[in-house]
Design a binder for this molecule. Structure first.
Ligand code: GLC
Length: 578
């Protein structure tokens, strides 16, 4: 790219300082606010025994890799015993390890290995439902008078057909499944193998709290509360209006007793440990989210809301202005109280570079680094999904047989049954299927990307020959190197954790420009979300004359004259300004 101004500054500075303890005076400091959380999908991370499925010993063998990233905490997707109808989100024994993943001894060794490296561990608590293979459910369905019957929600057949409830994963979208043994229907918001637990039952709640203590007493550092916004049901089972499923969180989220249960859980369990808690989903409004996490509520710590994730689900693209407005709205609302998780991907959505960036070969690297820059420079705790540090992209399967996710497979069956547009469905899955983020982690250029010596449970993305840890670790310009530098910058800059956020030029369709400021420092972030190269005039209130470039996702000069910056396609720049 030519320098438009003939006036160049080239700075690539990385500050790798030790931990810090200052914070903006108006925000109470906490380790979990300052942490960078790395989400690790165990099934796809590293297989140690050749069965094609990632496991705990595999993770243990990669602890030094985790350490090298500079991250502070690992969130593991569920590792508990499970028949894997929904990859571990259907738990058959909360106090044991999934057999494919290893043993409790492996877990203890993993926890110790992480702690030795000063990395914290967050576990995924799936408490809205269990597996139908859980002993509680087996008992509950054995007879109407069984002691565990009320651990679940039942509708006896003599009451007629149950009030319709929508199921996310059911082929017929029906959340009531008939059980012939006890002539009743049971409720399952997710798959038929994921019956919803009855939180109205105090006995169930106490069992859950004991189980949580079991893990916390082992010394884990945090809990991600899976689908927790759904646990409290309106058990009068009133009829919802036509089309309610299009606004499902409004109807299923924030049920009548949710806050009562959270306060009880906080008092009984959470408050007894120095841990972080994150709520997956945060209701439908800012008020709902605040009610979950504001400090004076004594419920949870951090809201993981879906508004950003819901932008960009259309393969035709999205408006950057929508993304900016959503980030800005949430930041403003949480500027004084409460705390947010910041993320662009997880195991339920596609790869961030394919969704919000551009995964074509000429732009994949740049746009992936740009998105990393965004995550690491927003206020809130970054939750970064494994593989994104390599720039991994969607696999885009052509064939339904390659998919493993129950959500895709059951939706496919449903479309087929209704004689819907199967091709359109398959095209869309290439963009949105959850399996896109679940393909094996790419370690090296050997077969199966070094993930397994066996047959991987899901295919490896063919781009692993170039997109992998070994290739990137040695390359100073790789996504991986950039990620580590970005993490180091965040860790050495309290302003990026606690500082105020101000957006500029919010209506620009191409550029996301914002500052993070505290009493001492001002950081300017300029992100070109387009394939265009152009001169971008900065807001006149930003004085860039003595700016220092902290990060640049291009390996060449940053060109600016006066208050104009020349931006290259998908360029990301971070400056220290005064
Ligand atoms: C959460 C999980 C998702 C799972 C669902 C049911 O949304 O993130 O993977 O399928 O809950 O447990």
């Amino acid at each position: 790219m030519r320098n438009a101004f003939g006036f160049a500054f080239t700075f690539l500075l990385f500050f790798v300082l030790d931990g810090y303890s200052q914070q903006a005076p108006d925000r109470k400091a906490a380790w979990w606010k300052e942490a960078v959380v790395y989400q690790l999908y165990p099934r796809s991370f590293k297989d140690s025994d050749g069965d094609g499925i990632g496991d705990l010993k595999g993770i243990i063998s990669k602890l030094d890799y985790l350490k090298s990233l500079g991250i502070d905490a690992v969130w593991l997707n569920p590792i508990f015993s499970s028949p894997n109808d929904d990859n571990g989100y259907d738990i058959s024994d909360y106090r044991n390890i999934m057999k494919e993943f290893g043993t409790m001894k492996d877990f203890d060794a993993l926890l110790a290995g992480l702690h030795q490296r000063k990395i914290k561990l967050i576990l995924d608590m799936v408490l809205n439902h269990s597996s139908d293979e859980h002993e509680w459910f087996k008992q509950a369905k054995s007879s109407r008078s069984n002691a565990y019957r009320n651990y679940y929600h039942w509708w006896p057949e003599e009451k007629g057909k149950p009030t319709p409830r929508y199921s996310f994963f059911d082929v017929n979208s029906d959340a009531w499944k008939y059980d012939a043994t006890t002539k009743s229907y049971y409720l399952h918001y997710f798959s038929q193998k994921q019956p919803d637990l009855n939180w109205e039952n105090e006995k169930l709640r106490n069992e859950v709290y004991d189980m949580m203590k079991f893990w916390l007493d082992k010394g884990i550092d945090g809990l991600r509360m899976d689908a927790f916004q759904y646990v409290s049901k309106d058990t009068t089972w009133k009829k919802y209006p036509e089309g309610y499923e299009k606004d499902i969180i409004k109807y299923y989220g924030m049920g009548p007793n949710l806050h009562q249960y959270l306060k009880e859980m906080n008092k009984t369990v959470i408050s007894k440990y120095n841990i972080m808690t994150v709520a997956e989903g945060a209701g439908s409004t800012l008020e709902d989210a605040h009610a979950l996490v504001d400090e004076d509520r004594h419920e949870l710590n951090m809201a993981y809301h879906f508004e950003i994730m819901d932008i960009g689900n259309d393969p035709a693209g999205y408006q950057l202005t929508d993304l900016k407005k959503a980030f800005t709205k949430w930041d403003q609302s949480f500027a004084e109280k409460g705390w947010l998780a910041i993320f662009l991907a997880n195991h339920d959505v596609p790869r961030m570079v394919s969704k919000y960036g551009d995964d074509r070969p000429q732009f994949r690297t740049y746009s992936s680094k740009l998105l990393t820059t965004l995550i690491m420079t927003m206020r809130g705790t970054p939750f970064y999904f494994n593989g994104d540090e390599l720039g991994m992209s969607n696999i885009k399967f052509n064939n339904i047989d390659d998919y493993r996710d129950i959500a895709t497979i059951n939706a496919y069956r449903s479309i087929k049954a209704k004689v819907g547009d199967v091709q359109a469905f398959m095209d869309k899955q290439k963009f949105i299927s959850r399996d896109n983020t679940r393909t094996p982690f790419q370690w090296d250029a050997s077969s199966n990307a070094g993930f397994t010596t066996g047959k991987p449970w899901i295919k490896v993305n063919p781009n692993y020959k170039t997109v992998n840890v070994v290739a990137e670790a040695q390359n100073p310009l790789s996504e991986l190197t950039y990620f580590k530098k970005m993490v180091a910058l965040r860790k050495s800059s309290p302003v990026l954790v606690y500082g105020d956020y101000q957006v500029f030029d919010i209506d620009s369709p191409d550029v996301y420009c914002y500052t993070r400021t505290d009493g001492q420092e001002k950081i300017l972030i300029v992100l070109n979300f387009s394939v265009k190269a152009f001169s971008y005039p900065l807001d006149k209130n930003i004085n860039i004359s003595s700016a220092k470039v902290l990060m640049n996702n291009y390996n060449d000069s940053t060109n600016f004259r006066g208050n104009e910056i020349y931006l290259k396609p998908w360029q990301a720049l971070v400056f220290k300004v005064n």
